[in-house]
Every structure is written in C-alpha cells, then in structure tokens.
Ligand binder design. Structure first.
Ligand SMILES: [Zn+2]
Length: 199
C-alpha cells in the first residue's frame, strides 16, 4: 500500500486504509492505525460523551439487530483470534482474582467430582501410553519432588510441566525427563494461554 498517511506519514503503510467515498483517492486520509488511535484519543478526552452516545445507539433496536448479525459474522471470521483473546482475558482475570478463581475451581471440582476423576484417569492413561521405554523414572520422580520442595520453600506453587503437552492440539509430547520442567503454577497457567510454536 503506497497511499500516504497524512498523520503518521508512513509509506508504505502496513496498516492499510479504510475506503472513503468522499476523498479524491477513495481512501481515508490517514491509516487504520491512526484512525483507531484518534478514536482512542477522542474517547479518552471525553468518555462520558461517547458512553452516552453508544448507550443511545444501543437503545435503538434496529441498531442492535444489525450489530448482533455483524458481530456474529466477525466472530466466525476471526475464530482463531477470538480464541486467543478469550484465553488472554480469562488469564488476566485469573491473575487479578486468584483467590476467587481457586475457590471457583474447588467448587466446580466438588460439583463435578465424577468428571474430575475421569479427567485424572484419562490424563494418567495418556501419561502411561506416552511414557517411552527409555524414560528415567528416577529423574522424573526427582522433578516432581523438586516442584513440591520449591512450592514449600518459596510459598509459590510450582508444578511439573510437559514442555510439549501430552495432549497437544496437533502434536503430543512424551512423558519423560527431557520433556519435563519445573515451573510455577502461574507460568503453567499462562502457557495454556499461548500457542505452542507451530501449532
Ligand atoms: Zn498513519
């Protein structure tokens, strides 16, 4: 895109330009990055005005009907991005509400005892199937002991993590010392919110 952004003056401009029927070039005078930054600045300068505006916009049923359709389409077209954003959001929530989160999980586990048992059994079965003959059980045990010791010593929860997950989306790792690492529970949580390289 060689169109010139009159605000940031970048050219070529990777952000691209929105169409603008009124302009001679048929493109907006500034790039998409600048457009969203300007919107952000306008909003920051007068949040009440825009909140009121969007409230009024939402109050019109036709607007919401249109929005629901276009939003659903956007979600469908950006499934992968949505998945990442949702995971990131839930992780941010978890970091902010760790106590509440733990209480929620405990309650969920209580209410779904059978499912929890089934999940643990499935995971154990996967571990057994994924354990190669040459795995060093002594070393594996040491890692689990390290995780427990570190948790007690530091007061920060540590766990043994499969570097390549045992049940990855496209690739599955093995249960052996080379695929294990001791990391904090928090880091482990964060890891589940990121992509495995190449997946
Ligand atoms: Zn720009």
């Amino acid at each position: 895109m060689n169109h010139y952004c009159r605000r940031c003056k970048r050219t070529p401009n990777q952000a691209g330009f929105s169409p603008d029927r009124k302009s001679a070039t048929r493109l907006a005078y500034c790039c998409k990055d600048c457009t969203s930054e300007l919107a952000r600045l306008r909003y920051a300068a007068n949040p009440e005005k825009y909140r009121g505006k969007s409230r009024a916009w939402r109050a019109v049923p036709e607007n919401m009907a249109k929005h629901v359709v276009s939003h659903a389409k956007w979600l469908a077209d950006n499934a992968e991005r949505v998945r990442v954003m949702q995971k990131a959001r839930s992780f941010r929530w978890y970091v902010k509400n760790r106590k509440k989160s733990r209480a929620n999980s405990r309650q969920w586990a209580k209410d779904n005892a059978a499912r929890v048992a089934a999940n643990i059994a499935a995971r154990d079965a996967t571990k057994i199937l994924a354990t190669p003959r040459w795995a060093d059980h002594e070393k594996i045990r040491t890692l689990y002991e390290d995780a427990r010791r570190l948790s007690l010593e530091t007061g920060i929860g540590h766990c043994v993590d499969h570097i390549v997950p045992l049940r990855g989306r496209t690739v599955s790792g093995l249960h052996w010392e080379g695929n294990l690492q001791v990391i904090t529970v928090l880091a482990n949580r964060a890891k589940h919110n990121t992509f495995w390289p190449g997946m």
